[in-house]
Ligand binder design. Structure first.
Ligand SMILES: NC(=O)c1ccc[n+]([C@@H]2O[C@H](COP(=O)([O-])OP(=O)(O)OC[C@H]3O[C@@H](n4cnc5c(N)ncnc54)[C@H](OP(=O)(O)O)[C@@H]3O)[C@@H](O)[C@H]2O)c1
Length: 341
């Protein structure tokens, strides 16, 4: 399978390392991944015969100017070359998530799909804003769109809903969908760190988004919850339809006081359909020891679905971080390959 990587930041780099580390496992699947393009905001590199992974990984350890990569047979390239040459089976799109207009990811994804190239993306913006249109485009062009990384990285969430709850009507989605805020709350409770220090630690661990305000304000949780709601509950909601409260509304004293009562705050996203309609919210909630979410700690996340015919399903885990996020992209890729891509 010939691939192009678009957006070579933390997740992109982790993905290349993972493909290298897992090459024997991939080969045993019959999957031979041939990397032809890597593109970032300033340009990129292209090798029609395939880029030497280790050589490229070593080069980019010290140099972010991909145009200047001198690997044998490699030349400078841009995203347009991927579209014009049409010599890859799959584009893996990992540029920053923009929730207002979805760019540059939205154009990358639509142009690749329109050219009959499969796409896997980690980018929440285009999926939040245009999932239905992109799916239609994929269908019209006989290709697939993988979005497993957009709703909690390694946590099986949107794919579990699509695959394992197929045929049921989902009436409720609840979750802790942001590892950074969950990690911060735990650091406040267990290590007595104030909010700023806990955030700094999350950044040192590389789990916070490039702009951590998205994690803290509940916007990241809201985005993931909306994608799940729109994709799995057949809705077409926007961020304006959500009540959004972040963890910045809680201080260390409150966390300590509640810990004394065996309760803890969790940032919970919730979409619930009742006879009155659908309510969608993201806010810190107090949970006690009996609640399933009480022990979802550290970088972990959780999603809980209630459906009419397949019952009540809770999935816990999916630690945050660039390697687990990259692994969730590889998971989509392997599953597409198994389905015959
Ligand atoms: N980090 C995580 O754990 C995680 C988990 C799940 C999903 N995600 C999503 O995955 C995506 C990537 O995350 P990340 O942490 O790897 O981000 P990042 O470190 O900020 O990297 C983003 C990359 O995109 C490149 N880029 C920006 N504009 C571009 C353009 N117009 N054309 C081509 N490339 C462009 C950047 O180029 P430069 O290097 O030149 O700046 C950089 O290489 C984001 O959408 C994020 O929301 C991340």
């Amino acid at each position: 399978v010939d691939i192009a990587i678009v957006g070579f930041g933390g997740v992109g780099r982790a993905l290349l390392e993972l493909i290298y580390d897992k090459k024997d496992d991939l080969a045993s699947e019959g999957l031979d991944l041939n990397l032809k393009y890597v593109i970032n905001s300033r340009g990129g590199t292209y090798n029609p015969k395939g880029i030497d992974l280790m050589n490229f990984i070593n080069f980019t350890g010290e140099n972010r100017d991909l145009n200047s990569y001198q690997g044998k047979g490699s030349k400078p390239a841009s995203f347009d070359d991927i579209i014009q040459n049409k010599d890859v089976d799959m584009v893996i799109e990992m540029t920053p998530s923009n929730l207002d207009h979805g760019e540059p990811g939205l154009s990358h994804i639509s142009r690749a799909l329109a050219k009959g190239i499969h796409v896997i993306t980690a980018n929440k913006g285009p999926i939040l804003l245009a999932y239905d249109k992109l799916q239609d485009l994929a269908r019209e062009n006989g290709v697939k769109l993988g979005i497993g990384c957009t709703t909690g990285g390694a946590l099986p969430s949107v794919n579990a809903g699509l695959i394992d709850l197929a045929g049921s009507k989902i009436t409720s989605i609840e979750g802790i969908l942001n590892g950074t805020s969950n990690f911060i709350l735990e650091e406040m409770e267990n290590n007595g760190l104030d909010y700023d220090l806990a955030l700094k630690k999350a950044q040192e661990f590389g789990i916070a988004e490039t702009d951590p305000s998205m994690d803290i304000s509940g916007l990241d949780t809201g985005t993931k919850l909306l994608i799940l709601t729109n994709v799995l509950m057949g809705e077409n909601k926007t961020l304006d339809d959500i009540e959004l409260v972040g963890i910045d509304s809680i201080d260390l004293d409150q966390v300590r006081e509640m810990a004394g009562q065996n309760k803890r705050y969790k940032l919970i996203g919730r979409s619930i359909r009742t006879e009155e309609g659908l309510s969608i919210s993201v806010k810190p909630e107090l949970v006690d020891r009996d609640n399933l979410f009480y022990n979802v700690n550290g970088k972990d996340k959780v999603v809980r679905y209630i459906s009419d015919t397949l019952g009540d399903l809770t999935i816990i885990g999916g630690a945050s971080g660039v390697r687990p996020a990259a692994a969730s992209i590889l998971r989509d890729l392997i599953n597409m390959f198994r389905e015959g891509v």
